[in-house]
Write a protein that binds this ligand. Sequence first.
Ligand SMILES: NC(=O)c1ccc[n+]([C@@H]2O[C@H](COP(=O)([O-])OP(=O)(O)OC[C@H]3O[C@@H](n4cnc5c(N)ncnc54)[C@H](O)[C@@H]3O)[C@@H](O)[C@H]2O)c1
Length: 402
Amino acid sequence: MLSFNRIRAQQRSNRSMSLGGMDYADPKKNNFCGKILMVSTLTALCILMLKHSPTFNTPSQFSSHEPGVTHVLVTGGAGYIGSHAALRLLKDFYRVTIVDNLSRGNLGAIHVLQQLFPEPGRLQFIYADLGDAKSVRKIFSENAFDAVMHFAAVAYVGESTMDPLKYYHNITSNTLVVLEAMAAHEVKTLIYSSTCATYGEPDQMPITEETPQVPINPYGKAKKMAEDMILDFHKNSDMAVMILREGSVKLPGLNYVNMGGYLVLVSMLPADNSRSQGQCVRGTDYKTSDGTCIRDYIDVTDLVDAHVKALEKAKPGHVGIYNVGTGKVRGSLQEGDGGSHKSRISSPQPGDYAEVYSDPSKIKNELNWTARHTNLEESLQVAWRWQKAHQNGYDTPLMMSA
Ligand SMILES: NC(=O)c1ccc[n+]([C@@H]2O[C@H](COP(=O)([O-])OP(=O)(O)OC[C@H]3O[C@@H](n4cnc5c(N)ncnc54)[C@H](O)[C@@H]3O)[C@@H](O)[C@H]2O)c1
C-alpha cells in the first residue's frame, strides 16, 4: 500500500509543470515521442524497401493472363470428379484455380494437390459458394481465367426428388451466376459437366446425342435447364462451349456411395463423412436382366480425359455436345460384386431409372476420345484396397491415385 502511494506521488511530481506560462516537457513524454518517431521512421523505411523489391506491386500470377499458360477455373474441384480433373490439368501444366464450398468435397483432396504442386502460380484454392453472386463476381474480377470447367453441383437423384428446390438453386441458378461472371469478364471457354440423367428413360438404347432429353427427376431437369441456358446464351456469343453428358462414374482409389441404383465410388468423404455408406445395390426389381439398374460405368480418369480433350478442342463460337461413356452395359449383380467386397441390397432410389447407357461414337470421332479403363471388377478391387487403407477417407495418410 505504502509503496504504491509512493509511486503515485513520484508519478505526479514527474508531470510537466507550468512555469511562467510555458510548458516544460517532462523527460518521459520526450522518450515516448522519440519512440513514436523511431517506429514511424522504421515503418516508412520498410514500405520503401518493399516498394523497391521486385515482388511488390507484382500482381499474383493468377490475376493476369500469361502467354502459353492456360488458367482453368475448376468449380467443385474438392469433389470426386473435380479433384481428379484438377490433378490431370496440373499434370498437363495448366494453371488451376479451384473454387469449392466444401459442402460435399474434401479439403484433404486439396491438400494432396497442394503437396503435389507447391510451385507458385500452379494451384490456388478459393473457398466460396457459387450461390453467392457477389463472391463469384469478386473471384472473376481478381483472377484472369481462360476457361472454366464447371463441376460444382449437388448430384444425387434420390435427394433431388426429396429437395428439388435445392437442386434448381444449386445447379441451374448457380450455373447462371457462373455464366454471367464469365460473360462479364470475357472468359472464352466453358466445359460443362452435365449428365445422361437429362435423357430420362428413353425408349431406345443406346442413347445418342440426338436422343430427346426428357428428364424424369429434378436432378436431370435442373441440369437440362442449365444446358438450355448455356445454349441460349451461346447464340449471341463467341464463347467456346463443350457440354459433356456423363454416365455413372467410378474410379480406383475411392470410397463407395450408394447412388444411381448401384455402388458408385467416391474418392472424397465430405467433412461429415455422410457419404461413407459402404457398397450398396439400390433395388433389384427393375425390368432388367438381373433386376438391378443397368449403367454405363466410366472410370473417372477416362472422364477427366474427355474433359481435357474437350478443352483442347473447344473452338470460339462453337458448341460441342457429347455423351461420355464406354458403350458397355453393366448391371450391379453381373459384375462388381465379386471378390473381396460384398454389396448389401436396399430399396430402390426414388426417381431412378432402370437402364441408361450411351453410344460414344460422336466423342470418339470428333474428340478422339475413348474409354481405356473398362474392367469394372479391376477398378472395384483397387477402390476396395484404397477404402480399406483409408477407413476415414483423407483423415488417414494422404494419397491420391493418379
Ligand atoms: N459422379 C457421377 O456419377 C456423375 C455422373 C454424371 C454427372 N456428374 C456431374 O459431375 C459433377 C461432379 O460430380 P461429383 O460426383 O464429383 O460430385 P461431388 O459431390 O463429389 O463434387 C461436387 C463438388 O461441388 C462442390 N459444390 C457443390 N455445391 C457448391 C456450391 N454451391 N459452391 C461451390 N462448390 C459447390 C462440392 O463441395 C463438391 O466438392 C456434377 O456436376 C455432377 O452432376 C457426376
